[in-house]
Ligand binder design. Structure first.
Ligand code: SAM
Length: 291
């Protein structure tokens, strides 16, 4: 098996297959061997695990995951990488490569068909242009994943793992805390990739909770409230809710005060519990129906 993190090996294999890196597809391949082994180790996967890897690239992380997992399914959008992966991962009989877009994939079905009876994990060096939509898909579709260990841009990692009620928190931090226990595992410098990206990265782990951390009356409305709350960063919660729900000023003021919050409170000061209370109050307020 070639050393897939060795830059000369990568260049030689890719040249032979006439492959050129696509910036648009977020193609930055890992060249630092310790990154893959640490990701594999900290992801918690073992021979009873089914693993989904998003974007295998040349297969450097895939190889590490295949050694540890019962079965690995890789989703790669770029057709040009398929013959490369056929060659680089030829020695493994527990890998299936699917050519497709992760954002269009029926995850529940894939898990049922490929991983019956196995604990399912996601481990990937994510294409950065779709970090948030991928994470939201993995959480919202509730496909039955145990944990998500992914490399993302360092800034994104801080936002995703931010504690609600802190300045860095945004709608994604709230969604992540609703479904998971998040943790930043380690940082990776930009020099650990070919080609090097313009920013450093972090590996994060999101451990799915057995049940959401709060139980809103109406989950869809809860997420609509979170989204509305963070829709205008510099505005107060009251103004954001006014715009997001078409409520009257008196109604929003009443809801905010009934939740024990100050009139000028902002979304980044709120906990999950606060958002849950506000969403429940909106839910109970007369004719408002979620569209
Ligand atoms: N795992 C490899 C590594 O770490 O060296 C490659 C990671 S690279 C950051 C991202 C990979 O995701 C690329 O192989 C790219 O082609 C693939 N990709 C980009 N968009 C995708 C999508 N929507 N669905 C599936 N794969 C995608």
């Amino acid at each position: 098996m070639p050393e897939l993190y060795n830059i000369s090996v990568i260049r030689e294999v890719l040249k032979r297959h006439g492959f050129n890196f696509s910036k648009a597809l977020g193609q930055n391949f890992i060249t630092n061997p310790s990154v893959c082994s640490r990701m594999g180790e900290l992801s918690g996967i073992d021979k009873n695990s089914g693993v989904i890897e998003i974007g295998p690239g040349i297969g450097v992380l895939s190889e590490e995951l295949a050694k540890r997992a019962g079965k690995l399914v890789c989703i790669e959008i770029d057709k040009k990488l398929l013959p490369v992966l056929d060659e680089t991962l030829a020695g493994y009989d527990n890998i299936k490569i699917i050519n497709g877009d992760i954002l269009r994939l029926d995850l529940k079905r894939l898990i049922q068909e490929e991983f019956s009876g196995k604990k399912v994990f996601v481990c990937a060096n994510l294409p950065y242009y779709i970090t948030s939509p991928v994470i939201m898909k993995l959480l919202e579709e509730k496909p039955g994943i145990k944990s998500i260990t992914v490399m993302v841009q360092k800034e994104a990692a801080r936002r995703i793992c931010a504690e609600p009620g802190t300045r860095e928190a945004g709608a994604i931090s709230l969604a992540v805390r609703y479904y998971t226990k998040p943790r930043i595992l380690f940082n990776v410098s930009r020099g650990s990739f070919l080609p090097p990206p313009s920013v450093d990265s972090s590996v994060i782990r999101l451990e799915l909770l057995p049940a959401p951390s709060v139980t809103p009356q109406n989950e869809k409305l809860f997420f609509k409230t979170v989204k509305a709350g963070f829709s205008m960063r510099r505005k107060t919660l009251q103004n954001c809710l006014l715009a997001g729900f078409g409520l009257s000023k008196a109604e929003t003021a009443g809801i905010i005060s009934a939740c024990g919050l100050g009139a000028n409170v902002r979304a980044e000061e709120l906990s999950l519990r606060n958002f849950c209370d506000i969403a429940d109050k909106i839910n109970n307020s007369k004719e408002l129906l979620i569209q």
